[in-house]
Design a protein around this ligand. Structure first.
Ligand code: USQ
Length: 384
């Protein structure tokens, strides 16, 4: 297949590009490197320096003989350029990761909130129009988030809810109660995408992904220059990745509040497999398909205990600190999210075992001198 990956310089985009290229697909990447700009703006860096895109692509080509094409484009501000890229590359599938990915970043101030929603919502609108302009048959796979649903007091379904009200029945988009302006940007994307599926007959898969963890994939591990952009700081780092880095530095694991907050989690290797499954089994014309993309659910206290256990196995004396929660989020809540669609397509989950955590800790230990300890504690509050 001809696959265009938007946001192909990022934590998930680059490993996805290599994974699909390795499996014989014709892959091209679009990115405007704005994530690197945002990192510079708030003074953080990935754990392992990420080489410029063209050098990584060159290394990939030397190793495998396969080419990953690169287009630089800001999808939120240059729709003409996006139209040209679509016309030139003629994708069968577009995988859309090109969004500002951090909830804390979106909560810094008005400007970061507007940047997040402008980048994410307008970028997705331009992609929707580029598909309609070039070839309405293109399958769009869009990275959404489990955080769109929030923590409702009822079971979370996969995107849709069957309702009965005053004796009548309907099927509606599942009600959303997002955790941040970032998560809300994805709610707005979902609404726009469902609309174009219904009205224009677009083919859309919305992947409502849980929190991803992991430093390596099979492809990043092929050469030291192929690493991905792994963050541990309080803005771009996700919780398991942060706990692992904290343990590797003998710093306390920072559980926010009581630690009973429950979320869905998945290994970065499973993200790649899920995206591949969605690609190989496309949505129908006029179908807005939602997959809840996670493999296990945990509360934070259990996660912290698991990381502490794996660290102890390596002789690292990790401790756990319950610090004041900088976010406004429910701590005691019901959480039961369905996630069967990807399993039915053939996903075989890689669970968060002590071995998996030990592997992450070993990589973290090799790079622990790169860690900037000033970037560990959260400094973005949901409400001052
Ligand atoms: N948390 C801690 N300690 C930390 C960092 C986070 O206790 O040091 C807690 C947070 O309060 C929250 C949970 O861990 O309850 C998850 O936080 P996170 O920062 O790992 O993830 P989140 O902001 O929810 O967003 C992440 C990704 C986002 C994805 C989302 C899925 O950044 O792209 O969409 O996970 S979900 O969590 O289901 O909303």
């Amino acid at each position: 297949m001809r696959i265009l990956i938007l946001g192909g310089d990022g934590y998930l985009g680059w490993p996805t590009a290599m994974y699909l290229s390795n499996r014989g697909h014709e892959v091209a990447v679009v990115d405007n490197m704005v994530k690197r700009f945002w990192e510079a703006e708030i003074g953080v860096q990935p754990l392992i320096a990420v080489r410029p895109f063209h050098l990584r692509a060159k290394r990939w080509e030397v190793l495998t003989g396969k080419r990953i094409q690169f287009y630089t484009c800001d999808i939120a501000s240059n729709h003409r350029h996006i139209y040209n890229i679509f016309e030139q590359f003629q994708p069968d599938t577009v995988i859309h990761y090109a969004e500002q990915p951090s909830a804390p970043f979106s909560m810094i101030d008005r400007e970061k909130c507007v940047t997040t929603q402008h980048n994410n919502v307008v970028g997705t609108l331009n992609i929707i129009f580029a598909i309609q302009h070039t070839n309405p048959d293109i399958h769009l796979i869009k990275l959404g988030t489990m955080g769109e649903y929030g923590t409702p007091n009822i079971d979370i379904e996969e995107g849709w809810l069957d309702l009965e009200h005053n004796g009548r029945k309907d099927r509606v988009l599942y009600p959303k109660k997002a955790h941040s302006f970032y998560h809300l940007s994805k709610v707005h994307d979902s609404a726009n995408l469902e609309f174009v599926s219904r009205v224009w007959g677009s083919r859309v898969t919305d992947l409502n992904q849980g929190c991803v963890y992991g430093i390596d994939t099979d492809e990043t591990a092929m050469h030291p220059e192929l690493n991905t952009s792994f963050h541990y700081d309080a803005v771009f780092g996700t919780v398991i990745n942060r706990f692992v880095i904290q343990a590797s530095r003998n710093l306390p694991l920072t559980v926010y509040g009581g630690g009973t907050q429950t979320r869905g989690y998945l290994n970065i290797r499973d993200t790649l497999r899920c995206v591949e499954l969605a690609t190989l089994n496309p949505a129908e014309r006029g179908e807005f398909r939602v997959f809840n993309q996670f493999t296990e659910q945990f509360d934070l206290n259990t996660l912290a205990e698991n990381v502490r256990g794996a660290a102890a196995g390596l002789g690292l004396p990790a401790s756990i600190d319950h610090i004041a929660n900088p976010r406004i989020e429910q701590e005691e809540h019901y959480y039961n999210a369905k996630h069967s669609a990807l399993l039915q397509l053939g996903l075989e989950p890689r669970l968060l075992t002590q071995d998996v955590l030990a592997g992450m800790l070993e990589t973290a230990l090799r790079h622990k001198d790169n860690v900037d300890e000033d970037k560990i504690m959260p400094n973005v509050k949901w409400k001052s």
